[in-house]
Design a protein around this ligand. Structure first.
Ligand code: SF4
Length: 240
């Protein structure tokens, strides 16, 4: 029998309908914090720079279905963290370790805040390793790490002393794992920071950046899923 509502006594004595799905959605929406110009996050810099720009000036509520998928991903991450903590291989396991990069450039200052999923130190050899976990729908499609994830872990490797990073992809259906070692690469780190500089500069000047993905044959397919598709297409048409 399907019944989404439950009669529960309210503190004023009345019976009220409780919808657990609604409660989950409210909690997830509360968690989605508003963005501020000058404060950036490692997970956003691998996306289309124009899409990222729009998300500051034209915030759109994340679709409920997407929020639930994020929450499912978080539970996969928590499970991986529990497994790491239970392992005898590590002397230290820190979950959700915060990092900050303060950038003071000729064109202005900004801060990047992030949280390393897991920071571990091995018992043998005292290797310090940054672990970033990503949940995926089908692990068989993961043949190499995605560049946006490599960019994200590069920032962590720059901010936190470590020997190397590991990108761990976990299949949401069965927790099958594929993992990739990522070493610090100064050239890539600078490239990532120059993307932040570009985003910051456009946001501070209120100037729309290039429609990066639309003009990239390998990435244009992502425009279909972009919440700013209409705004972006209008801006491209106005420019022509
Ligand atoms: S529609 Fe495409 S090019 Fe435009 S903002 Fe979205 S992802 Fe970027």
């Amino acid at each position: 029998m399907e019944n989404n509502l439950l009669n529960i006594p309210h503190e004023n004595g009345d019976l009220v309908d409780i919808d657990i799905g609604e409660i989950i959605d409210e909690f997830l929406e509360e968690e989605a914090r508003p963005k501020r110009v000058g404060v950036y996050f490692p997970s956003e810099i691998g996306m289309c720079i124009r899409r990222s720009y729009y998300s500051y000036g034209l915030p759109k509520p994340t679709e409920r279905s997407a929020l639930r998928i994020f929450a499912l991903g978080n539970s996969v991450h928590s499970f991986i963290a529990e497994a790491l903590k239970a392992s005898k291989e590590f002397s230290t396991v820190e979950e959700e370790k915060p990092i900050k990069i303060q950038h003071n450039g000729p064109d202005g200052s900004f801060s990047i805040y992030g949280r390393i999923d897991d920071y571990v130190v091995t018992k043998a050899g005292s290797k310090k390793i940054i672990i970033e976990a990503k949940s995926v729908g089908d692990i068989n499609r993961v043949e190499k790490p995605e560049m946006k994830h490599v960019m994200q872990i590069m920032l962590y490797l720059a901010a936190q002393e470590a020997d190397y990073g590991i990108l761990v992809y976990a299949d949401k259906k069965n927790l099958e794992i594929r993992q990739f070692r990522v070493d610090y690469d100064d050239g890539l780190y600078r490239k990532v920071m120059s993307r932040f500089e570009e985003l910051d500069s456009h946001l501070k000047r209120k100037k729309l950046p290039r429609a990066e993905y639309y003009f990239d044959a390998d990435k244009v397919w992502e425009c279909k899923y972009c919440p700013y598709f209409q705004d972006c297409m209008q801006a491209i048409a106005d420019d022509e």
